[in-house]
Design a protein around this ligand. Structure first.
Ligand code: PMP
Length: 437
């Protein structure tokens, strides 16, 4: 029953053939809700890959769009020229975005979207005559990717320590997860909205006029599906407005239907100034991210006094034609199949299925919102071994993919999942909970 603890068990660096041959878990093909492993077994995808394949795998419309675009216009610079497919995609994205977020910058990943958003926030404040606003605030247990800005504002202490000095002038507000108080709560917890006021305490500590932006995941995903208490995000919005601070939502996971609404901003009725997305923007199939901003922020960033000669922004692959084609086909698939709101319909069923795990061995909390869920397990006292990781291994052996983060099992299936497949997924989890020590 040995559980590997080394990092390579989680992340394969894809560096050598040797590594490749050693891995016990190789995925070789995929279709809709399933992967096929190298030994021929079908694996039910309970995590939409890494929270990204929202429309399911190898959808013909998306595959064909990629093939056609690759044959027609494979690459074109987005600097000093353009290509229609990227404009078309940008227009479609802003048409569906929360009100006011009417400009979009393309990136190639969630991490790049975060860096782009932080840069835009700082530049906007400078151009708006608020050059003293250089401080960025994140949230404990927030995850914002692997680049320097994202690690700095991210709330994973170990990640920050690993690299010594990162961005300076960064602080973090407390996260909202209060297991003792909200254990087994369904949907948005009742308790803890007052924690938003901790933001004001931190502001007072630093002087409001030095703070450029606050970045939060509306629902923290990678650190364990931490759902904000009722009213929490609205309160953050109010505090930002009161103090002239930009509010950035990192919707890399929550964007594109995960909560049963197109974006968490729609779900919670709170519109940020900058919205960071990636993953579901192309159904996870081609690397791409999109950062949505309000017009005045876009204009300040693109036409500020230091523009162009000394300043430029953009990636070689920004709005890449093949990614844009994949994105357009993804949006069409979402629309045709009603996937961006399907989570709303399925959420009560998902919730009941997840909460049927209450009382199973080791389970100390269950959380859910939209089509995302977490089962938190009791830690093994004094041991780094995580039960959730054993559960992941056993579930994979049984034919289901779940994700683990610390002592938490996280699930975020493709939005095409059927009720029967929800039962199947949860039954796998139930069985593995009964199997592990
Ligand atoms: N922000 C959030 C909220 C994420 O969940 C992730 C990835 N899981 C990222 C940023 C980074 O995205 P990427 O891995 O595409 O760089």
């Amino acid at each position: 029953n040995a559980v590997p603890n080394d990092l390579s068990a989680f992340w394969m660096p894809f560096t050598s053939n040797r590594q490749f041959k050693q891995s016990p878990r190789m995925l070789v093909s995929a279709k809709d809700m399933h992967y096929t492993a190298s030994d021929g077994r079908k694996i039910l995808d309970g995590t939409a890959g890494l929270w990204c394949v929202n429309a399911g795998h190898c959808r013909p419309k998306i595959t064909e769009a990629i093939q056609q675009q690759a044959a027609e216009l494979d690459y074109a610079p987005a600097f000093q020229m353009g290509h229609p497919i990227a404009f078309e995609f940008a227009n479609r994205l802003v048409d569906m975005a929360p009100k006011g977020l009417d400009h979009v910058f393309f990136t190639n990943s969630g991490s790049e979207s975060v860096e782009t958003a932080l840069k835009i926030a700082l530049a906007y404040q400078r151009v708006a005559g608020q050059g003293s606003r250089t401080r960025l605030i994140g949230r404990e247990r927030g995850y914002h990717g692997v680049n320097f800005g994202g690690i700095s504002v991210g709330g994973i202490v170990g990640n920050r320590k690993m690299f010594g000095t990162l961005l300076t002038g960064v602080d973090h507000i407390p996260h909202t997860h209060q297991p003792g108080k909200n254990a087994f709560t369904r949907g948005e917890p009742e308790h803890g909205a007052e924690l938003a006021d901790e933001f004001e305490r931190i502001i007072t500590l630093h002087d409001a006029s030095t703070i450029a932006a606050l970045i939060v995941e509306p629902v923290a995903g990678s650190t364990g599906v931490l759902i904000p208490p009722k009213g929490y995000l609205k309160r953050l919005r109010e505090i930002c407005d009161k103090h002239g601070i930009l509010l950035i939502f990192d919707e890399v996971i929550t964007g594109f239907g995960r909560l049963g609404a197109p974006f968490a901003a729609d779900y919670f009725g709170v519109i940020p100034d900058i919205m960071v997305t990636a993953k579901g923007v192309t159904n996870g199939v081609i690397p791409m991210g999109a950062v949505f901003v309000k017009k005045e922020i876009h204009d300040a960033f693109m036409t500020g006094p230091e523009h162009l000669i000394e300043f430029a922004h953009g990636y070689t692959y920004s709005g890449n034609p093949i990614a844009a084609a994949a994105g357009l086909a993804t949006l069409e698939t979402y629309k045709e199949e009603g996937l961006l709101t399907r989570g709303e319909e399925l959420a009560p069923y998902w919730e009941d299925a997840l909460h049927s795990l209450k009382g199973e061995p080791h389970v100390i909390d269950i959380r859910n919102i939209g089509l995302i869920g977490a089962v938190e397990l009791e830690p093994i006292a004094g041991q780094p071994t995580k039960r959730a990781f054993s559960a992941f291994l056993k579930a994979y052996e049984r034919g289901a993919l779940i994700r683990t983060t610390g002592d938490i099992i996280a699930m975020s299936p493709p939005l095409i999942i059927t009720k029967g497949q929800i039962n199947e997924l949860i039954d796998h989890v139930r069985e593995v909970l009964r199997m592990i020590d």
